[in-house]
Each structure stands twice: as structure tokens, then as C-alpha cells.
Design a protein around this ligand. Structure first.
Ligand SMILES: Cc1cc2nc3c(=O)[nH]c(=O)nc-3n(C[C@H](O)[C@H](O)[C@H](O)COP(=O)(O)OP(=O)(O)OC[C@H]3O[C@@H](n4cnc5c(N)ncnc54)[C@H](O)[C@@H]3O)c2cc1C
Length: 377
């Protein structure tokens, strides 16, 4: 067993780290304060081929593996979670359904612009009445004269309303016991997008409510087999969970970096606070947990790259890193004392950005349900 990362993965880490430190870190606080979507950063990521890492080159992506992709997401989250979720939701949730389930025609139509980062895509599963219970989808799509006519609503949809969003893939009921996936292009009459939702964190990420009123899309916008929609979306979520787990590791690592630097600099009782055993032990615990979480995430990514089933590995990685990032960011803020509670220090942004990692793409309880089922319980 060899735990050394191959050179290409170290290269990805180095490239993303450099970009995160040089181009994202200087503006992260301002984007968060102004709730501003990071268009310039997305363009910079696109230039480096980071908006479609796991998409084959023939469709405009970089042809990388899942491990490269999660390393990129980890490094972005180490600096700015809003940017990281923009890339992760676009890649895992917006683009991959079209790659995995789309016809050749659909792939050629949508993927080049998405994988190259010119445009963004969103994934619309959650509804006001269907969250953890995603199968309770009420949005309907009826086939009338060669068009799917969509009625219903979605909530909390990431990347749905930016100036460069091209489409959202939604689940809709196409029969009594039948859920299918449909691509709905932005700008389709009857498709309304709310103003950005106001949130605790991820202030620079775009989150919207969507409403569909007699919104007609071509019959050819059905994605994959009719009736396979829920199964397809659940598969997509398994993959997406690995990238959210990478966000947990990255955010925790970033919080650790801030706390460690602060502890060495801040003096009380005539010493740097890092010299107090209570503070050192906290930092030691944080570093240990982060390393454990990272191994879970990399293993899940590796299993995916080997083509193995990933539901359990992904759920374990997401559950553990969600909770570890909570513990780590909490301890990191405490090490900052009162200064950590002000917006003058980035740790307060990390603290606000953390909580959703235990909610989005399945809550902690939902991960436990998946794991318990796999254990035969
Ligand atoms: C910022 C943000 C971005 C998001 N982006 C997207 C997106 O791009 N696309 C998308 O489709 N969705 C998105 N979501 C939605 C997200 O996936 C859901 O919020 C999540 O799945 C939980 O659903 P819910 O909010 O309806 O909570 P609920 O399902 O109502 O859960 C409420 C509580 O009940 C618990 N619970 C529910 N059922 C059970 C059970 N059977 N056993 C034990 N406990 C249970 C949950 O664990 C939770 O603690 C986003 C959410 C947020 C906050």
C-alpha cells in the first residue's frame, strides 16, 4: 500500500493552492461581505481547466480523476468555501448528470461550455416539501405535443441564477410512480428564479428558489431513461458527497492553519498562547482528526476511480468530515478568543461557512441512514 500521492495529484494541489492564495484569499472577505458572486475567480479557474476536472477532454473537460478533483476542492475550501461549492455544485451536480446519463447529442450540446467553465449548471432536487425525503417530489412534467410542460418549485438550488448559468437539471414526476430528469434552460418562459436566498454562510455562492409554471421544454430535454430520475440523482449525490467531504477537510485545514498561526503570535501571561498545553493539545487533536478525515475522502475518491460502489464510503466520508469540521472550526475560533468573533479575522467566515456541510447533499442523519443500511441494520 502506497500513501504517496502521484506527481500529477501533487501538481494539481500546487496549482490550486497557488491560485487560491494569490487570487482568492485577497478578495474572499470582500466577496463574503458584499454577498457577491465570484465571476472573475470562476473565469480564472476556467482558464486553468478547473471547472470540469473529471470531464473527458473530448467534451471540453480536463480528463482528470476523482482524486484530482477532490484535491482541488479541498484546496479551494482551505481558503474560500463559497468558491469551492460553486465549483463542486457545478461539476458534481450540474455537469456530471449530463455526462453520465445524457445522449451523445445532449453531451455535445451542453458539455463543452460547462466543462470549460464558460457557463454553469445547477441541480434541482430539493423542494419545499421534499428534502431528505427526495422521493416526495411534487414538481410535475406532462408530455404535451412534443414538449414537457413543467409545474412546481425547487428550493436551495446552488448556481441556478448567475449571469452565466445555462441550465438546471430537475427531477419531476412524469407519471404517478415515475420520476424523471429534465434539463431546463435558463430563460425558458414560465421558469422563474428568485432573488438570491439570504444565508448564514456561503455568502458569495448563488442559492435560489425556482418556480415552474407551464414551463415547456422540448421532449428531447429528458435526461436518461424516463422513470430513472430518482435513481440517477441518488447516484449523483453519492459522488457529490465525496466533494462535500473534501470541503470539510479543506475548511478544517484552513481553520487549523489560521488557529496555529494565531496561537504562535498571540501573547498572554508573557508567552505565546501556543506554549500553553491546553492550546497545543487542541491543535494536536485538530491535526489528527483532519488527517483521518482526509484519508476517508481520498479512499472514497479512489474507490470511485476504480469503478467500485461508493455509497457507503461517500456517506462515511461526508458524515465524519462534516462533524470533524464542526469541532475543528469551533476550537479554531476559540483559540482566536474575542478577535475570532469579529469579522476582522477570517476564522469567523469559516465558522459561518461550516454548518451547511452537515446539511447539504444529505444531513448527518441521512448519511447515518445510508451507512446503517449498508451494515445490514
Ligand atoms: C446552502 C444550500 C445549498 C443547497 N444546494 C442544493 C442544490 O444545489 N440542489 C438541491 O437539490 N438541493 C440543495 N440544497 C438542499 C439540501 O440538500 C437539503 O437542505 C438537505 O437535503 C436537507 O433537506 P431539508 O432542508 O428539507 O431538511 P429536512 O429533510 O426537513 O430535515 C430536517 C431535519 O430532520 C432530519 N430528518 C429528516 N428525515 C429523517 C429521518 N428519516 N431520520 C432521522 N432524521 C431525519 C434531518 O436530518 C434534519 O436534521 C442546498 C441546501 C443549502 C442549505
Amino acid at each position: 500500500m502506497n500513501f504517496d500521492l502521484p506527481e500529477e495529484h501533487e501538481l494539481t494541489r500546487g496549482t490550486v493552492r497557488e491560485l487560491a492564495l494569490e487570487r482568492i484569499a485577497p478578495v474572499a472577505e470582500e466577496l463574503d461581505r458584499e454577498h457577491r458572486f465570484p465571476y472573475e475567480i470562476v473565469a480564472g479557474l476556467a482558464e486553468l481547466g478547473l471547472m470540469g476536472i473529471p470531464v473527458p477532454e473530448e467534451y471540453g473537460g480536463s480528463g482528470g480523476d476523482t482524486l484530482s478533483y477532490v484535491i482541488a476542492i479541498e484546496e479551494l475550501s482551505r481558503v474560500d468555501s463559497s468558491v469551492a461549492i460553486t465549483v463542486a455544485a457545478h461539476t458534481s451536480l450540474g455537469t456530471l448528470p449530463i455526462l453520465l446519463y445524457g445522449s451523445e447529442e445532449q453531451r455535445r450540446e451542453w458539455l463543452p461550455d460547462l466543462a470549460s467553465g464558460k457557463r454553469l449548471a445547477a441541480f434541482g432536487l430539493t423542494e419545499p416539501g421534499a428534502g431528505s425525503d427526495a422521493g416526495a417530489t411534487k414538481t410535475s412534467a406532462e408530455l404535451r405535443e412534443g414538449q414537457w410542460v413543467v409545474n412546481g418549485s425547487k428550493i436551495f438550488i446552488t448556481n441556478a441564477g448567475t449571469d452565466i448559468t445555462s441550465c438546471v437539471t430537475i427531477t419531476a414526476r412524469t407519471g404517478e410512480d415515475e420520476i424523471s430528469n429534465l434539463i431546463v434552460p435558463n430563460g425558458t418562459p414560465g421558469y422563474e428564479i428568485s432573488a438570491p436566498m439570504r444565508k448564514l454562510g456561503w455568502h458569495a455562492s448563488d442559492t435560489r428558489e425556482l418556480s415552474f409554471q407551464d414551463c415547456a421544454v422540448p421532449e428531447g430535454n429528458l435526461l436518461g431513461e424516463r422513470g430513472a430520475g430518482l435513481r440517477q440523482f441518488l447516484e449523483i449525490l453519492d459522488g457529490g458527497r465525496i466533494s462535500v467531504a473534501a470541503m470539510g477537510v479543506g475548511l478544517a485545514q484552513g481553520a487549523y492553519d489560521l488557529a496555529s498561526a494565531y496561537a504562535k503570535e498571540r501573547r498572554q501571561f508573557g508567552k505565546a498562547i501556543a506554549e500553553f498545553q491546553a492550546v497545543r493539545f487542541r491543535l494536536a487533536d485538530m491535526a489528527t482528526e483532519i488527517e483521518a478525515g482526509r484519508q476517508l475522502v481520498y479512499k472514497a475518491a479512489w474507490v470511485k476511480d476504480q469503478g467500485g460502489p461508493i455509497a457507503t464510503e461517500a456517506a462515511m466520508a461526508k458524515l465524519y468530515t462534516g462533524e470533524l469540521s464542526n469541532r475543528v472550526v469551533n476550537a479554531a475560533l476559540e483559540i482566536h478568543g474575542g478577535y475570532g468573533y469579529t469579522d476582522e479575522y477570517p476564522i469567523s467566515r469559516f465558522y459561518r461557512d461550516q454548518k451547511v456541510l452537515e446539511i447539504g447533499e444529505g444531513t448527518n442523519d441521512v448519511q447515518r441512514m445510508v451507512i446503517a443500511k449498508a451494515l445490514g441494520l
